[in-house]
Structures are given as C-alpha cells and as structure tokens.
Design a protein around this ligand. Structure first.
Ligand code: GLU
Length: 504
C-alpha cells in the first residue's frame, strides 16, 4: 500500500477489528478505552468486533485475569460479535489453543531461511548488549547465529543446546501508515533480528499477533500508542509470510495530570477499582471516549457532553481521533458520573445500584424492588457514586438505634418533644394509607408545624423516622416507608422518650 493511498483513506467499511488483551493483570482502564474504540468502529461502520485472548505468556497468564477481562467488557456493555465464549468461524480465540497454527508458520519461516535458530546464551547476549551501549549504540542482536551452517545447527541441536527463533530482519526502512498518526518510518538496523518464539510451541507476542490478525482476517488493528514500536516488527513478519498487513491505528497515550504517562501513582488503573468505587459503566464509557476523541460541534447547538453508548455510536467519526496525548482527569469522570446518575432511567439505575446495596444489606431487605427504586430515585441527585448509596440510605432498611436526646430540637423540653410526636402520631393514624403521599402529608402536617414552631415539629419527626442527624426530609421518608412503618418508628421514639423520663 502506498503512502498516497493510505493518506487518502477517509472511509472504513465493514471492518473486522479486535481487542486482544493479555490476561496478565486486572483489566486496565486504558485497555477499556482500546476496547471501546474498537467496538465503536465495528458498530459505526457495520463491522465485527472480535475478542481474542493473548495468553501465550504461560507464567503470567491467569484464569482469574481472563475472567476479569470478560466480566469488565460485559459490564461496560462492549459485547463482542466473535471470540472467546461466543465462538465464530476463525476460532479458537484463545492463543494457548492455537499452538499448532503458530508451529506451522514457525516451521515454514525456518525452512525458507527467513527465520533461524539462535543459540546465544542470556549471558552472552547481556555482555553484547552492554558493549553496544558503551559504544553509544542502540542495543540489538548482532546476528551471531544468523549464518550458522546446517551442520553447526545440527550439532548444537544434538548437544541439546537451548535455542530461540529469530526473524531475519532485512535492512531497510519500514514505513507504518498509521490511520491516526500518518506516516512513521522505522530503520530496521535499530531493531535487528528479534526473537519470534522461544521454541516451536512457545511463540512470542509479535509473532502470534501477526498470525492471528491475518488468520482472523482483521482489517484494522486499533490499539494503544505503546504498541507503535512493535508495528515495524509485525510488518516485517507480514512481508516474510507474503501477507498484506492490516491497517494500523495507534490511539493517543493516556496521560497523568502532570502529562507523564498514566501510572498507578496517580490513582486507580484497574477497571474493577472504578467499579468498586461506584462509577456507572455508562459514565466510564462516556469519559473514556473523550480520551482521544470529541464530537463535532453543530452550529448553533450547545455541546452535550453527556452521552449514552448509543449516542456515542451515532456521533462517532473515527477520523476525529486526535494524535496528542489525552489527560486522565478524575474530576471530569466524577462530573460525568453524577450527570449519568441524575439522568439514567430509574429501572437501569436501580439495577446498577443493587450490587452495592446487596453487599451491605443482603438479599432479604431488598425484595421489594419498588421500595428500592423509590429510595434510589430520592437519592440520585445527592450522590456522586453508587458506593455512597448504602451508607446514605441504610435507615430506610433498618432503623438505627439512637439516643432519645437526638429527638430534641434546641431548647425544647423532653415533655414537649413527646407531646409533639404524640400529636403527629394521632394525626397520621387516622390517615388512609393511600393518602401517604408527600403532598398530602405536607398539607396535613405543615400548618400544624407553623402553629407549634417548624423546628419543634419537623426535627423530632425527622429524627424519629431516620434515627440520625442528617437524612432526607420527613415527608419524603414517610412517603417511601408508608403508614405502618411511619407509625412504628414514631412509637419507638415516643417509647424512648418515656423510658428516659422514667429513668430520670
Ligand atoms: N496482547 C497485547 C496487549 O495486551 C495486544 C496488543 C495488540 O493489540 O496488538 O497489549
């Protein structure tokens, strides 16, 4: 493909894109962004999104990390069309199950003389590396085993000398035509003959990724900028195998607020930690898309930064992805999260809130879903994350124990508090349960509160209902917990006051 044609590509049609994570750690927030952009390209341009697990590193790959990847993608709503779990025509989609495929191509490259066995020991390699660095050169393999004769190789093999397999890198300039970054040249002299496999059953990343992207007919490789330096190696492999490379696109780096490369030092990087903290998946997706992209402004229309995944797909245009690094601003995520919490349909918001509530209250208290929904609705404008919800709403589920003293407003006497609560108790016991709405309750209680003093009625009432100093307002609480529970809580308060008086 010439530079000219690539630079002219302004269209993507029926792409086959993939996310190819290595299960060597918990799913990273940066990987979530890569997954999102691949997903968007598939959805926007009528293509397929493929999930391949790159688990050739046997020591570092763990099933729990793979489970975390799948779970995270599902939680974000980035469902794949082909890949592990769902299957497809190009499987298996887990690299550890594809060793025969890699072996076939490794043998082909060695037989054709395009790759070779290298018997250099780690110590020898280290010494050569240091020597090169002391001369101020970029360290790379010096090609020592490139021209071993067949006999020499045979002898070393018979002697059971350990080996690796290296690609014979042709000396030339390899140009990457990157859909985001444009043309990037690499001098292969600075790369050298790199290792493609430790043995025929142990391929390394740069090799297996090329085999799979080709075999799975991937059209666009979209990944983080940290992989740009791998791309010339991969192109060299496509050339050795006589295959056309896919189109490459490297997403901008994600930066810390000080513009250094994103790291743990500045906070969480594992997606599961954001989930634990109570961010909505919709908010994370919305936040991530701005790490490298933003929608086109429409003349005369205010920009609405708060977007659902479907709205993002609608507005997405791959060619608006920026080159420059994108700063990870946690304040912005917090803001986006509160906005999604405010606007998400209540059924959805409640189901997102459920795991956090369940963790604190267990299943039994959450049986009445309508009750839970009302609580969530009342608090959605008061929380920044869903993780704040259990603490803030616990008194709806279980009335906490509290001191009778808390019921007293300013310099009221206990007697007066008790009388006021008695008065409200009687007022409400005659009220039909159907009329236990906020408006009705206000209409009945507020005029009395004006007469007796607002604080003197409303403070004891609110504390009797919530058992705490700070809570939602009394009318809102009564509407949600209903008549029976309201009267029960008032009776508890009155009893507390009586006991206090008796003990005095
Ligand atoms: N397994 C690689 C990673 O997790 C995939 C990189 C790529 O997309 O080529 O970084």
């Amino acid at each position: 493909m010439s530079a000219k044609t690539t630079n002219l590509i302004k269209e993507i049609k029926n792409p086959r894109v993939r996310m190819a994570p290595s299960p060597t750690g918990y799913f990273h927030i940066g990987s979530a962004r890569t997954a999102l952009f691949n997903y968007l390209v598939a959805k926007k341009y009528n293509g397929k999104f493929i999930l391949r697990i790159e688990d050739t590193d046997k020591e570092r790959s763990k099933p729990e990390y793979e489970a975390d990847i799948l779970d995270s993608l599902k939680w974000l709503g980035l469902l794949w069309d082909e890949g592990v779990e769902v299957g497809g025509s190009y499987g298996p989609y887990r690299q550890s199950e594809r060793l025969d495929v890699y072996e076939k191509y490794l043998r082909e490259l060695v037989e054709k003389g395009l790759a070779y066995y290298c018997f250099c020991s780690p110590e020898e390699l280290e010494a050569k590396k240091e020597e090169m660095m002391s001369r101020g050169e970029v360290p790379r393999y010096d090609g020592h085993c490139r021209n071993l004769t067949e006999e020499e190789v045979k002898k070393k093999m018979n002697d059971k000398n350990p080996f690796v397999i290296r690609l014979k890198m042709p000396e030339k300039i390899i140009t990457v035509f990157d859909l985001i970054r444009g043309k990037v040249d690499f001098d292969t002299k600075l790369i050298g003959d790199f290792i493609i496999a430790k043995d025929f059953r142990s391929p390394l990343y740069n090799f297996s990724v090329v085999i799979d992207d080709h075999e799975m007919q991937i059209t666009h490789v979209i990944r983080g900028e940290e992989h740009l330096s791998n791309t010339p190696k991969q192109i060299a492999l496509y050339e050795a195998l006589n295959w056309t490379p896919p189109i490459f696109a490297h997403l901008p780096l994600i930066l810390n607020p000080d513009r250094s490369k994103m790291s743990k030092r500045f906070g969480d990087v594992a997606l599961k930690d954001f989930r634990k903290k109570g961010y909505l998946p919709e908010a994370i997706v919305n936040f991530l898309v701005y790490l490298g992209w933003h929608p086109k402004e429409k003349a005369g229309e205010p920009i609405n930064e708060i977007l659902t995944l479907n709205e993002i797909i609608e507005q997405f245009d791959f060619f608006r992805i920026q080159k420059g690094g994108a700063v990870f601003n946690i304040e912005k995520l917090n803001w986006i999260n509160t906005e999604h919490i405010k606007t998400m349909p209540i059924d959805e918001l409640t189901s997102h809130a459920m795991p956090y509530l369940k963790e604190k209250f267990g299943d039994a208290l959450l049986n009445d879903i309508e009750f839970v929904k009302k609580i969530v609705e009342l608090h959605r404008t008061r929380i920044k994350t869903l993780a704040e919800l259990p603490e803030m709403t616990s008194y709806f589920f279980v009335l906490p124990d509290y001191d009778a003293e808390l019921l007293r407003w300013q310099d009221m006497s206990e007697e007066e508090v008790k009388n006021n609560l008695d008065f409200i108790y009687n007022l409400l016991s005659d009220l039909d349960n159907q009329l236990f709405t906020r408006q009705q309750l206000e209409a009945i209680i507020l005029p009395e509160a004006e007469k007796r003093g607002r604080g003197k009625i409303l403070w004891p009432l609110r504390v009797a209902l919530s058992g705490q100093k700070n809570s939602a307002g009394p009318f809102e609480i009564m509407e949600i917990i209903g008549k029976n529970e309201t009267l029960k809580r008032l009776a508890t308060a009155i009893k507390k006051l009586k006991e206090n008086q008796n003990n005095a």
